[in-house]
Design a protein. Structure first.
Length: 190
């Protein structure tokens, strides 16, 4: 009797397990065949406008060419830096952004001597491949924008250590006026 009960239980288990194979026999579309899902009647759709393959040679070649310095490049670099970099590095590049303030490891200050002396390509490579706890931004930041960010980082580094005496008198007056809300500073503009 036990033998028959065990045999019946095994038969039921086999039937249940074979019944689970129904997932491999579901209806599906052929990749290049017709389909009712989209209005054009095709199962496979073209990529959206502006889609770029990750291994596109023209995209990779843009990393090899450093663009000429210009105000437009710096403006684009600042825009991209504010979007992608400032959450961790903050707007001044000191590494005290909103993300580290919430417990994530703080990135180094972009004003450290080793980073000031690093070539601009270093910043492009870090954006491309990541470094330490910073992950790669290669899928988010276009190659030309990586160079723009590197140029803006250079501007941040220069701005921090630039002496006010190097400015023209009108620019120095604007600087001191902006710092003090228009009040005169001892040793301020002549």
């Amino acid at each position: 009797m036990r033998y028959l009960l065990l045999l019946a239980l095994c038969a039921v288990l086999i039937i249940l397990l074979v019944g689970c194979d129904e997932m491999t026999h579901q209806p599906r579309y052929q990749a290049a065949g017709p389909g009712r899902l989209f209005p054009d009647g095709k199962a496979m759709q073209a990529p959206p406008a502006g889609a770029v393959a990750q291994d596109d040679p023209a995209r990779a070649a843009a990393l090899d060419r450093r663009p000429a310095m210009s105000a437009a490049l710096l403006a684009r670099g600042r825009q991209r830096y504010d979007i992608y970099c400032s959450p961790c590095h903050d707007v001044a590049g000191t590494g005290h952004g909103a993300v580290p303030a919430r417990g994530f490891p703080a990135p180094p200050s972009l004003h450290e001597p080793r980073l000031v002396q690093a070539p601009s390509r270093y910043f492009v490579e870090v954006i491309t491949s990541g470094h330490g706890v910073m992950y790669s931004y290669a899928d988010r930041v276009a190659p030309a924008d990586r160079w723009a960010i590197a140029a803006y980082i250079r501007a941040l580094q220069l701005r921090r250590d630039a002496p006010a005496d190097a400015l023209e008198a009108t620019d120095r007056a604007k600087l001191y006026g902006a710092k003090l809300g228009g009040a005169k500073l001892d040793g301020g503009p002549p």
